[in-house]
Ligand binder design. Sequence first.
Ligand SMILES: [Zn+2]
Length: 295
Amino acid sequence: MPEGPQVARYARLQSEVLAGKRVRADSPNGRSEDVAAAIDGLKLLGIEAIGKHLLYDFGKERYLHVHLGRFGNFDAGAMPLPEVRGILRLRIYTSKRWFELRGAIAIDLYDAERRAALEARIGPNPLDPDADPMRAYAKIHKSRSSIGMLMMDQSIVGGIGNIYRSEVLFMNRVHPLRLGTSIDRKTWRAIWKDLVRVMEHGAIHGRIVTTDPKDREKPAGAVRRTDRFYVYHRDGLPCRRCGTLVATAELGTRKVFWCPHDQPAPDGASAPHVRKRSAKSPSGSAQTSRLPKTS
Ligand SMILES: [Zn+2]
């Protein structure tokens, strides 16, 4: 699933190529024909990411709005246009470069009012240097939902997803089931600082790596796939810090991962059943338990 930094990266890479140019647009599978027709031939002023949403600014309060959802992604290349394959919702191109969009959950046109409503709806984004983390905290510390659920709520924090949620809670020794009301200001500031650091890294490199070199099996050189995370999809494997087997459970509709030793469970939470596995066997076995939503 594209997380905020990947969306921010799409905005930056496409802006470099398309901003200031007149673009052509079409919808080979027909589902976004009206949208494509409305922007075809217009000059694109710029592209910005708001949380996981992309807004293409065509001036005069006209915007193309794209939300990638869980499966949306872009392909890009040099002209000419490649042969149409798969369900191709939208193409945007110039005489030199093309971008193809597939799998997005929203492709529509926004005016200034809808843009403002979107901005008001999305919480502060760690990738935005002007974002105020205390705007998120104001909601978190009043909430009886778990911090694991709250961090996935885009109206509280914009742009973060499942990987960052698990990883940053581990870094700060916070169990995902702890209630928002139990998170103090200092802990939230530390969580935010880590979100900014790892999300900026993701936005620059286009790849999510959250581990410090000293915590990797291979500390030097290129980061191996298996060394990228502390807990995400590492259920049944030993914690990099203490050796306890990493646990997983469903929280909301997505799996969350944590170390039962480094992230002490709040009172009343039952101990997870974790079965040991080898690094090669797939994560998320039948052992997954379901955590209560606590909201
Ligand atoms: Zn641990």
